[in-house]
Design a protein around this ligand. Sequence first.
Ligand SMILES: [Fe+2]
Length: 898
Amino acid sequence: MLKPQVYQFYSSKTLLPLQKPFLNGTGPFSLPVASRLSSFNKTRKNVKVGFFSQNIEAAFSFTQKAVGVKATVTVKQTVTGSLANLGISRGLDDIQDLLGRTLLLELVSTDLDPKTGLEKERIKGYARQVSKEDEEVKYEVKIEVPADFGEIGAVVVENEHHKEMFVQDIVLDGLKNGPVNVNCVSWVHSKYDNPQKRVFFTNKSYLPSETPSGLKKLRREELELLRGDGQGERKSFDRVYDYDVYNDLGDPDSDLSKKRPILGGKEFPYPRRCRTGRPQCDTDPISEKRTTILPYVPRDEVFSDVKLLTFSTNYLYCLLHGMIPSLESAIVDANVGFPSLAAIEELFNEGINLPLQGKGFLKSVMPRLIKTITDGGDSVLRFETPPTVHKDKLFWYRDEEFARQTLAGCNPYGIRLVTEWPVKSKLDPKVYGPAESAITKDLIERQIKGYMTADKAIKEKKLFILDYHDWLLPYVKKVRELEGTTLYGSRTLFFLNPDETLRPLAIELTRPPMDGKPQWKEVYTPSWNSTDVWLWRLAKVHVLAHDSYHHQLVSHWLTTHCCTEPYILAANRQLSEMHPIYRLLHPHFRYTMETNALGRQFLINADGIIESSFTPSKYSMELNSLAYDQEWRFDNQGLPADLISRGMATEDPTAPHGLRLAIKDYPFANDGLILWDAIKQWISEYVTYYYPKASFVESDEELQAWWTEVRTVGHIDKKDEPWWPVLKTPQDLIDTLTTIVWVCSGHHASVNFGQYAYAGYFPNRPTIARTKMPTEDSTEEEWKFFWDNPEAVLLECFPSQMQAARVMAVWDVLSSHSPDEEYIGEKVEPSWAENPLIKAAFERFNGKLKELERIVDERNADTNLKNRSGAGIVPYEFLKPFSEPGVTGKGVPNSISI
Ligand SMILES: [Fe+2]
């Protein structure tokens, strides 16, 4: 049976004259009436006048030729080949398929009705299943489209099944100007869940001012739906994009010690996240209740049901939800450290026995991590040897490697040029003690053995620093009140050798005045005597823990994952899906919201992986808010601006990329600038095409609303900052979009996919330093212990077995590319492919990325580039655009997808 509003057009009871061209569609198994209409149209054309009567054929009236259009809908199956998850293989839905009542399609004209000035009546038809193959099911319907209908601008879909369907695309064949393509890639809810029909615009992009008159209302209404009304708890099939503060990290209802401050607002400035509308906690009305399932994200941000288990987010979910709890039950004492350095290596050889009762599926999901011991049938968590260890077992021990990793490791964002001397704290000396650093010019000159004076080294830009002093010092007292951790402010100074490598000169650790004791600070240097060597080694553990935090929570989570979510929310709320800028950005937002929801659920939550494994412990996220408040500014997120802000480059129009690097062999910057330029060129061509006149940018109300919302809602705590760019000209837009695309692609890849290579062997990058330095207020007994067994002191300072195993497993998964990963510049979007000029621009972009692949290989083979090439050195490939699936240490995905 057809829907009433369709059926009424040819009801045998209707005798009214037909006012408009007949609008109907038929499928191969449609009702008899519809079949007759279909055959009529095939054989009798140019019928002049029609009226409704029992002779339905005579009722057909056309003043012009109608066009027979075949609409083909492609629905994606699950990876297992079953349609079970889509709900279209069983029960009621099977019957619906047999009846042809599956998908109702309505074709929307781009023109208004000239007589009424309203939208033209839509042409409707039921698509019916015609084929079913491994990965997809096709539905078809033949629809008669009157010649004066105008161009088709959208297809409205109603899913008659009881469960949602994942619609890949719709193709309309038979139109005189060729096929019309509608790229959907979207879940379509069941009409029983939500009677609202889904709108899909065709692949043709329009600025708001160019929207065809017949689509204007639909364009506006669709955005209103996506914005929602800000009320109630969101359901899994909803598509509403709305904002909220981070009030879901704590869990006070389960334990008051798990109450956490709200991030977002005056006290703890922070970006906004997606609103889920979950109820408030009973014990803390400003916090949101925790959930045992994954938090809501708009339906199309979750693709996991389509290719179950192959998506990285699912992989991560299995790890956090299934394997980590098993690990926690396998390691009895969570605080126990490793008994020896050799015991750390056992993680790669023997592994940890893992009780996996009832979780056998985890083995199939994570074969890289979980191995079966064939004799006993037991499972072990056994880590793959990271490539760094594979190439050089002692790599973590060497100072030159410690320095090299600041330029070519997984956190190339920490290092900066020393521009002022003496190095001084900006914190209040009354609270934090004397501001001057204890690192003196004499000390520098001793360390560089008179190679040049300290003054000359500063003047010639030879000194670089990891400065985690002012940022950490305010949290030292609080963190030290917690069990199992400690904290200092730290400064690590490096000297630039003539061969462009860095040499660490000194580490300064500072404790502010506290507990009635004055400020404590001490400088450690590389040395040739045993005691100082061990102290230097221990000081390095503290600095590496600080850098690990900076890497994971600032360079990675905050500046990529977290700060991008407002761009995504605002884009979906303010830019129509037919907006060319929406279509440009969309591939760069894939899976980010889902990954972030997973992060809130398991990683950055109270007692989650970050709090339980990183030095600042329960203050990890408060400290993250401080980093956002003090460090984050949008105008420094682009690569050139970032390098300039850290003193790592200066503008120079004569230099490649317009920048002169402070360290010529800075692999991250050298490869990144090629990628940055390629992205910028592609975006320039795209933007120039759609905005041929400068005024088009300012008059684009959707674009302006998007950017205003990013600044004043998503990043509301920084809305009054003067550095926000405004979008007045195409160049403003190019710069802003290039920054966003870079953050989602190059920036994220450079800090994400090397996590296992460099932190998988944790002595190289411990996430936590659990004990203070033996030189700080030690008892005689403590000092003697250090004297007698310095290795034991080091092992006590290192992460516990539990902390190490947990983060190593997480780094392994986070460093992994999914088999369906989409790499930057690899795949042309359907809407880009339909425009020859955009397609050609994209092909040039693709060509430049292939060229970058070659350049990276050449650079890694150049023995003069000692920061990326040499004995035992893992080549720098993080910004090599393409990769195979798995943990490869290369590949730049389009988006922040893990
Ligand atoms: Fe990530």
